[in-house]
Design a protein around this ligand. Structure first.
Ligand SMILES: Cc1cc2nc3c(=O)[nH]c(=O)nc-3n(C[C@H](O)[C@H](O)[C@H](O)COP(=O)(O)OP(=O)(O)OC[C@H]3O[C@@H](n4cnc5c(N)ncnc54)[C@H](O)[C@@H]3O)c2cc1C
Length: 664
């Protein structure tokens, strides 16, 4: 048996995992990162649009600060986020941007003077001040009040990931690529590492550590149409769930992005709409202002996706061999703008669609349709990023349900979350390592390896499906179809119940299904077989969560329960999976209105008056009003603290400085 030791084991080499690793390594804890692929090929590299942080450098960002960013985030989440965590996040995001600038991320910069932009379909001129020249620029993105999304043209994730990966190597983190964590090692409610398969030779090693961090990204590939990379299969969440101790949170909270290109599912960034691109229907008509007069194309993603779907259902979609779609028109931005700020988008359209989106008129319009995009759900953690039920297990990034996104995350808030949670949670992981001793039981480690090996042997021993029977690939296709058709943008109880029953049956079939290729090394068929056992569980959990949640909130939209129900459903769904069970156990965690800084209200977009109120909301509003009235002399920082003090490692508590106003 092979065992490798480190202080910290980070499973996942995307932005979140790498930034966490830098934090722990810098605190003196030997840190190892595992990744399926070379870390710079992680899915984070695909982020085009940008990263939210309230720098307030340019004219359209003036007046922005942590408070405005916080309010946008809470409203975007449809009041389902953890407001303590959202505060931690908005406070640290400006520091993260500046740190990344220091590591060489080539952020696009403000240029003084006049600038031609497109807003609301019309060209207009804005003027950037002399003193903001050269500072980090931002774009309109994510349905935010102020322009806050910082970007490096349209390759933001790429440049961020490269800079963070380089820093990881500089500080000496040990990176192991083509290694797949398959099972967590835990005993007496404490986690101390994972069983890891070498994807080349198939060998198994136990990676043992004082603290284990899951940073494996989203679970988008449980859906048929997704913008996610093929490695986003949610195996990290699956591993946590399979312990029977760690829980998953809000797995039914799945975001659909409005502008995935048809048919490939490759995303064209929301920056297209942020920069002034518009959506058109089969008649070339710009329909979004009819549905969303205020925010138009820039309402939150859940809202725009639903409006597009509704419009297609009214017969206004464009027929194609791949189903109906709508058009995204960025040609109105002009060739110069596209070739500078949206060149990746242009490249994608040329390579995969054979069109140039800078071509004027219909010729350049991009066929788009909403597809699965972001996983708000994940490994349930507390504000420190640690599982409340399995000590020593942490989670960061898209894999986690740290929960600053609630039921809808804002565009640009995700790559920001990866680095910010890496900074913050990394500190808490290091604190954990400082104050906890690890006692290693090698017998138990051996037993965990044997346990996974038994799973492999079982798969190899199962009968190989005959013609006409379901093999693992067909089961995967079926699962993805069910998720797309029955747990998609619009949901209803009847379809979801059917979907749920079908998924449970499929899962039972999967457990009895064998494979043709019997090799234990480089065997893609075997990988699919064992990964599918985790993916099926996630699909079942997400469906069950959606079925039981009898309301509409954020991206979870039910045609049979159309209102957001703050009276009964202001809570987080938690899922456990007992070993050998075919179904999850669902429980709930209440969100406490009396400790919210912003009590539930209208989001500012979507359908008005669509909420079943909670009586406590008025009480909290009154309490906040009184706090404000009683303290007229306090500045915004002091009053915020009075209303809802938030947690943060001391290291990141300092106020953020802004152009012209200091730390006001
Ligand atoms: C097309 C696209 C564009 C986007 N654009 C934006 C944007 O403009 N702004 C924004 O804020 N957000 C954007 N997002 C979202 C954002 O990019 C992601 O949420 C974020 O990058 C996820 O980072 P991560 O570090 O959590 O995970 P990832 O970057 O997905 O990294 C996961 C890592 O885990 C590893 N891994 C997975 N499973 C295992 C395992 N079992 N064992 C070992 N390693 C494993 C992988 O190899 C990888 O290294 C976009 C998403 C998509 C799909």
């Amino acid at each position: 048996m092979r065992i490798k030791y480190s202080d910290v084991l980070v499973i996942g080499g995307g932005l979140a995992g790498l930034r966490t690793a830098i934090a722990t390594q810098n605190r003196g804890f030997e840190t190892r990162v595992l990744s399926l692929v070379p870390v710079k090929r992680s899915h984070s590299a695909a982020a085009q649009g940008g990263m939210q942080a309230s720098l307030a450098n340019n004219v359209m960002g003036k007046g922005d600060n942590e408070d405005v960013h916080f309010a946008d985030t809470v409203k975007g989440s449809d009041w389902a986020c953890d407001q303590n965590v959202a505060r931690m996040f908005t406070h640290v995001a400006p520091k993260a941007i500046r740190e990344l600038a220091g590591w060489g991320v080539p952020w696009s910069r403000v240029r003084k003077g006049d600038k031609s932009i497109v807003r609301n379909g019309e060209r207009e001129t804005i003027t950037e001040a002399e003193d903001s020249h050269g500072l980090i620029d931002s774009r309109d993105f994510g349905g935010t009040k102020k322009w806050r999304t910082n970007f490096t043209s349209d390759a933001t994730g790429h440049t961020m990931l490269y800079a963070v990966a380089n820093e990881t190597m500089r500080v000496g983190v040990d990176i192991k690529e083509k290694k797949e964590a398959v099972q967590l090692i835990y005993k007496d409610n404490q986690c101390f590492g994972a069983v890891v398969v070498d994807l080349v030779d198939g060998s198994m090693t136990a990676y043992v550590a004082q603290a284990t961090v899951i940073a494996t990204g989203g679970y988008g590939r449980i859906y048929e149409s997704t913008t996610n990379a093929i490695i986003c299969e949610g195996t990290g969440q699956g591993m946590a769930l399979e312990t029977g101790i760690a829980q998953l949170g809000n797995m039914e909270a799945v975001q659909f992005h409005p502008t995935a290109i048809v048919p490939s599912g490759i995303l064209v960034t929301e920056g297209c709409r942020g920069d002034g691109g518009v959506l058109r229907d089969v008649d070339g008509y710009r329909f979004m202002p009819d549905y969303e007069p205020e925010k138009k194309e820039l309402a939150s993603r859940d809202v725009v996706s639903r409006r597009m779907f509704e419009h297609i259902q009214k017969g206004k979609g464009v027929p194609s061999p791949y189903g109906d779609h709508l058009w995204l028109d960025i040609s109105i931005l002009g060739r110069e703008h596209i070739e500078k700020n949206l060149r990746d988008v242009q490249d994608i359209c040329k390579s995969f669609l054979g069109i140039d989106p800078a071509d004027k008129g219909k010729k350049g319009w991009i066929p788009v349709r909403p597809m699965q995009h972001y996983s708000m759900g994940g490994v349930k953690t507390n504000y420190k990023g640690e599982s409340p039920t399995l000590k020593g297990l942490f989670a960061v990034g898209e894999a986690a349900n740290w929960d600053m996104h609630g039921f809808n995350r804002l565009g640009g808030n995700s790559v920001a979350e990866t680095v910010v949670s890496g900074m913050i949670v990394g500190e808490y992981v290091a604190d954990f390592c400082e104050s906890n001793k690890l006692e290693i039981d090698t017998d138990h480690i051996e037993e965990t390896i044997r346990d996974f090996d038994r799973q492999i042997d079982e798969i190899l021993a199962n009968p190989v499906p005959k013609d006409g029977e379901l093999d693992n690939y067909k089961i995967r296709t079926e699962m993805r179809k069910i998720m797309m058709e029955k747990v998609g943008i619009f949901r209803n109880g009847e379809d979801m119940q059917k979907g749920y029953d079908e998924l449970v049956e499929l899962y039972k079939t999967l457990l009895k299904t064998g494979i043709e290729n019997k090799s234990k090394s480089a065997n893609p068929e075997l990988r699919v077989a064992y990964r599918m056992r985790k993916m099926m569980k996630l699909a079942i959990v997400a469906t069950k969560g959606a079925l039981d949640r009898k309301e509409s909130r954020g991206a979870h939209s039910r045609t049979d329960f159309t209102k957001r129900d703050d009276a009964n459903w202001l809570k987080r769904t938690l899922a456990n999976w007992e070993k050998d069970s075919f179904e999850p156990a669902i429980s709930y965690e209440d969100l406490d209105i009396m400790s919210m800084e912003i009590p539930p209200g209208f989001r500012g977009y979507g359908v008005k008056g669509n909420t079943i109120e909670n009586s406590v909301t008025a009480e909290r509003e009154e309490q906040i009003k009184k706090i404000r009235e009683a303290n007229p002399e306090m500045d915004r920082h002091q009053i915020q603290k009075e209303i809802m003090n938030f947690d943060l490692p001391e290291k990141y508590r300092e106020k953020n400085e802004r152009l012209g106003i200091g730390t006001e």
